[in-house]
Unconditional design. Structure first.
Length: 190
């Protein structure tokens, strides 16, 4: 385990070191959820055209539950493991770029978990309609990388968040399918 954490730090130092001052503001914009609003609006329009207004409301309730679940479990992990963020890790502070600082814990990334969970759920909804539905995963990849760039998460935090997010998104999608089968008046083709 110690070797894995050492490799994680080395990979972080490399990835974080790829950044440069002229791009810092760009990545600070990328890391804010609110700045992704146009992306989410486009996804909502696409979903509404395929599943209708009534079903969209149900989907939004499931996504709200999914994000709440993912966020709370992430907080349990962070408080349980209490891994320091890179920006607070003394043995690498002199070799990394800290663009943004946070005093909360690092493992695992809530940004990675929440974004991957919601995009997994949306991908599973859209995959039968769009050949390139996998493009929705560009959001969590870019969004979570911003956390490494800014000095807020180690790669293992991000990867663990991705895995947890995918599993959570899949689980909530299965719950959604069960709900839609139980209440067919809201149903779409699966």
């Amino acid at each position: 385990m110690e070797q894995l954490l050492h490799l994680d730090k080395e990979l972080f130092v490399f990835l974080n070191g790829l950044g440069s001052k002229p791009f810092d503001h760009f990545w600070l914009i990328i890391t804010k959820q609110l700045n992704w609003t146009p992306y989410f609006v486009v996804l909502l329009v696409i979903l509404q055209k395929k599943i209708g207004w009534k079903n969209l409301g149900i989907v939004l309730l499931f996504i709200a539950g999914l994000i709440t679940f993912t966020d709370q479990v992430t907080n349990l992990f962070k408080n349980g493991f209490q891994r320091l963020r890179p920006c607070n890790t003394l043995d690498i502070l002199d070799v990394i770029r800290v663009v943004k600082h946070s005093d909360t814990f690092s493992f695992f990334s809530g940004h990675a978990a929440n974004s991957t969970a919601s995009m997994t759920f949306i991908f599973l909804l859209l995959r039968n309609y769009y050949k390139y539905a996998f493009v929705v995963f560009a959001f969590p990849l870019i969004f979570a990388y911003s956390r490494i760039y800014l000095g807020l998460h180690f790669p293992l935090d991000i990867l663990s968040g991705y895995v947890f997010g995918m599993l959570s998104g899949l689980f909530f999608y299965k719950l959604y399918e069960v709900f839609m089968r139980k209440y067919p008046k809201y149903s779409i083709d699966f």
